[in-house]
Design a protein around this ligand. Structure first.
Ligand code: XIL
Length: 385
């Protein structure tokens, strides 16, 4: 089980008050659209124009993250190129992927992944410099002094290597994990062990020094959840962002993963209100890892695909009503490669149900989710051009 799926809670979310007029309009429009999309999705037609181009009509970028599958599968590569006006890696730039066996980095795959985006002239977001989850196993034998040294060396080497070539860095991923039981609900792991919460500020300051041109992102998940986890993480993230800004730490953007997991309850309207509060801090916002967990949805594929599409639509309607949203990226583009396949296998090793969380199916055919994403872009209320 991965961290993102941990910590189910039945707690009620306290909805924030004060939706502005634009968001109320978006809310009612969403309702009307839900009714009309139902009939439209029922007769979903092939829907293959560039989603990135549709997104441009709302003044945002759209794209999908990828890894080595673009080198193994021409169809996959084509989809990434066609739809993305922003892209990024799934795993290749993570610490445990760059340094699987020890401190020596192997940049081979990260270089290839970045070259693919550079050739296609798509701005690239690298994720992530520091994530306390999935620590490289060899880190656990090290002293605090060694961890501290490796931390600094990692920023300098990796951010320095790609300086000027990477549009944005997810500097810190998932700072919070309420189930870890730490004060401030910080996520435990090697980097937290090395510096305490100070690792966050340190990473941002050092990343800015190593590449002054990269936009620096603080990334978190769980915020759309209606349960205790969502209720704990939302204020913690806002508080952290405010403290960092007050202290002059160079954070440019808050990234929200957007792994929509309806089984925990999702309050799309309250989420829109939360995004507006974050935006009030003066930072730009991005959705960095969008997909929809269909593991608890009905088996019937038509029904399931329709429910997934409705989740995308309801989510994007709220997100696009927030003027400071600058991009939306899905976590992969086709169900052929989704992290939910691993989750499904962990839950049912014998006969896992193939998950369908992404806009395209395993045969690279567009699903109702593709049409729903496009429809959200075509009816956005806040063009930012
Ligand atoms: C996942 C990848 O998709 C998997 O291949 C990898 O084994 C673990 O990480 N939230 C995040 C992402 O921040 O980095 C995770 O990606 C998915 C959940």
């Amino acid at each position: 089980m991965t961290a993102t799926l941990r910590g189910a809670g039945a707690g009620q979310r306290v909805a924030k008050s004060g939706p502005d007029r634009r968001r109320m309009l978006a809310g009612s429009l969403a309702m009307i659209m839900t009714l009309t999309t139902r009939s439209r999705l029922a007769q979903a037609t092939p829907d293959d124009g560039s989603l990135g181009r549709s997104a441009a009509g709302c003044g945002v970028r759209f794209g999908a993250a990828y890894d080595a599958e673009v080198f193994e599968d021409a169809g996959y590569a084509e989809l990434i190129r066609r739809h993305s006006t922003v892209t990024g890696n799934l795993n290749a730039f993570k610490y445990d992927w760059l340094r699987p066996k020890g401190p020596q980095a192997d940049f081979h795959m990260a270089d290839r992944i970045l070259a693919f985006a550079a050739e296609a002239r798509i701005p690239f977001t690298a994720t992530t410099l520091f994530w306390n989850d999935y620590p490289a196993p060899w880190l656990k034998h090290l002293s605090v002094a060694e961890l501290r040294r490796l931390f600094d060396a990692h920023v300098d080497e990796v951010v320095g290597r790609y300086a000027g070539r990477i549009a944005a860095w997810v500097v810190v991923n998932e700072p919070f994990a309420p189930w870890d039981g730490e004060p401030g609900i910080y996520r435990k792991g090697p980097w937290y062990a090395a510096f305490g919460p100070g690792y966050i500020e340190r990473a941002f300051r050092r990343a800015r020094a190593a590449d002054p041109s990269a936009r620096l992102i603080l990334n978190e998940g769980f915020c759309e959840r209606r349960d205790d986890i969502g209720a704990a993480v939302r204020p913690a993230l806002r508080g952290l962002a405010r403290r960092l800004l007050d202290d002059g730490v160079p954070v440019d953007t808050i990234g929200l993963q957007g792994h929509i997991q309806p089984r925990y309850g999702v309050d799309h309207v309250a989420y829109g209100a939360y995004l507006a509060e974050l935006a009030d801090l003066g930072l730009s916002l991005e959705i960095t890892e969008l997909d929809v967990d269909d593991s608890r949805m009905p088996g019937d594929i038509e029904v399931r695909d329709r429910q997934v599409a409705e989740q995308y639509r309801a989510f994007l309607d709220q997100v696009l009503a927030v003027p400071r949203i600058r991009s939306i990226m899905t976590w992969g583009i086709s169900d052929r490669t989704t992290w939910y396949s691993d989750v499904a296998k962990a839950e049912n090793p014998v006969s896992p149900r193939p998950p369908r969380p992404l806009p395209y199916d395993r045969a690279m055919q567009p699903k109702p989710a593709t049409a729903a994403i496009r429809a959200a872009f075509e009816t956005c209320l806040e063009p930012r051009r």
